[in-house]
Structure formats: structure tokens, C-alpha cells
Design a binder for this molecule. Sequence first.
Ligand code: AOF
Ligand code: ZN
Length: 350
Amino acid sequence: MNNEEYMKKCINLALQADGDTSPNPLVGCVVTDKFGNVLSIGYHKKCGQNHAERDALLKITPEIAKGGILYVNLEPCSHYGKTPPCADLIVEYGLSKVVVGMRDVNPIVAGNGIEKLKIAGIDVEEGVLEDECKKLNEVFIKNMTKKQTFVAIKTATTLDGKIATKNGSSKWITAEKARGEVQKIRHRYDALLTSSETVLADNPSMIHKCNVLIDRTLKTLEKDYKVYKNKNIIVFYDENLAQPIKEGVRFIKAPVVGGKIDLKFVFDKLYELGVMSVLIEAGGKLNGSALKFADKIYHFIAPKILADNEGRSCFDCRHVEDINLSDMFEIDSVERFEPDLMLTYYPISQ
Ligand code: AOF
Ligand code: ZN
């Protein structure tokens, strides 16, 4: 196996905890002897628990590890956090080489871990599968570098970009396999976010770690919608209304701009509350307004055509006269969930 293959193994190990480590990164680690025989593997399972390097090293002794190579997708840490520095443990274990996927963007580490290893005489190779490693930790990178929550949108449309008919008929556009994938995607995000329109139209259960609702006029309080059966629910509403009371629900006053709740305020507030990533599942209006904040879009496409101009579109918030004024994206992947497709795309910063 070569460096890239060991790094791929680290990424796959890290992914075993996908959705469970927030606010921490996804990290996997492989330790080999100098001939490339795997001695131990590990990964970071949950915030507060051992880092990947410690998880792997504590399964073997320094005698076994001595002279070996450690592969890890993120630079080993140099700080005393919830656990002591991994760089120190690597030095103690007498490894001869460390292969790193990407430098840590956490300012308290940022190169210090690599420096510690080099000072101890360990050979460090950086940047192996760096792009994949950065993609793996796109949420962590946004959180650390921008101090903002990572915003993703999931939508499911017909081939002609419709999410429902004019009267709101939308069940179901995609088939079972695509809907199974949606469950997996949801698990990766700290919170799900939707609008009062979607609650009123579809009454989704939204069973998740944290559920966020944008309901400017508090229309969803008029009936017993399923979303309110959840434990952790946050509702953003017009700051000019009186504070409602409903057991187990957190109501947050938000400014209204142009008749809509200010999404910048919502995302900033969510970050403040420790929500590191949010997946928006809503209609065209909220999706459209959220587009300028979106870091990533998951777009399922069913092989169907509605062919009705009045059908509802997946992004719908403005009138544009010139095609050159379209927002631009880069398609990252195309996957099949038969009979449907899933495109994953990222905005191109302009
Ligand atoms: C992880 N897991 O495997 C590695 C991390 O809160 P602490 O003390 O666990 O420290 C978290 C920081 O440690 C994190 O922001 C990142 O900079 C660094 N590396 N973190 O959770 C790991 N290697
Ligand atoms: Zn560490």
C-alpha cells in the first residue's frame, strides 16, 4: 500500500463517526511498522473522547510502535484540550515518520503539532490526499476559519426542477433509495431547518438532534403539528410579536427584513448556540433566500417531468432578466440512487 491508500483508510475510519463528533473534526489514524504492516488503527468517536492518534496508539505499546509510521488525515494536536497533546504521545511512542493529510485549521494547533514532531526528529510528510481530507472536514474548516455554521440545502425535484404541483402535491418525487440516502445525510448535520410553509403543507416529523423552524407569524402554533413532538426545537419568529410559551420549545426573536426573517441573524444565532451545521429542507422560497448562505447543495433528481409552469420550483426568490445573472456552482459529484440521481454542488465564490 502507498501513502494515498493508507490516507484513504484514515478517511474511511474517520467516516465511521460521521455525524457524531461535532464540534470536533472527523479523524482516522493508521499505524504501520517500517515495512507497511498495519499495527493498529483508530478514529475519533465523539467530542471529549480520545483523538484518533491516541485511540490507535493506546491499542499497542511503544515497543511495538517504535520506528513505525503514523498516518492521520488531520495534523496531530499540540494542545492540552479535553485530552493531552497527540504530538507528545507520538514522540513517546518513538515513531519515525508521520504522514498528515492536512494542517489543522484550529488556531491553537495550526502547524504547532507538526513543529513539535519535527523538533523531536520525526520525519513529517504533509498534504497526502489533501483535497479529500479538506472535504471530509468541510464543516470543521468553515467553523474554525469563519466562526460560522455550515449551511447545506437538500432538495428533490423532477427533471424540470419542480418540487411540487401548484397545489402542493409532492409525495413522493424520489423513490426509496434516494430517501434512504437522505436519512444518512441528515445524520451528518447538527440541525435540520425548515419553514412554517413546509410544516403547514407536509407536517413533517423532523425527528433529529435539533430542529429549527422559521415561522415569522407563528402560524404553526395554531394546530398540533408533529414537529412539536421533538425534544429539541428552536423557532425563529418576528421580534415584534409577543413571546409565546410552549413547553420544550425555544422561541427566538429575529429581525424581519423585506417581510422575511433575517437568515443571517438565524445562522449567526445557531452558531452561537453551538449548532455547527444545518441542513435546510424546505420549499422554494426559503431555499431561494438561503442560497446565498449555502455552502453545499444536495439535489436529488427524479426521472419525471411535470411540465407545468405553475408547478413549484426548488429555488424561487426573485425575478431575473439576464441568464448571466444566474448564481454559479461547481458540481462535485453525481451519484445514482436508482431510479433517481443525486447531484452534490458547491457555490463558486464570486
Ligand atoms: C478531535 N479528534 O482525532 C483530533 C483532533 O476538544 P479537544 O481537546 O478534543 O480538542 C479538539 C481539537 O483537537 C480539534 O479542534 C482539533 O484542532 C484537534 N484535533 N480533534 O476531536 C481528533 N486529531
Ligand atoms: Zn489530538
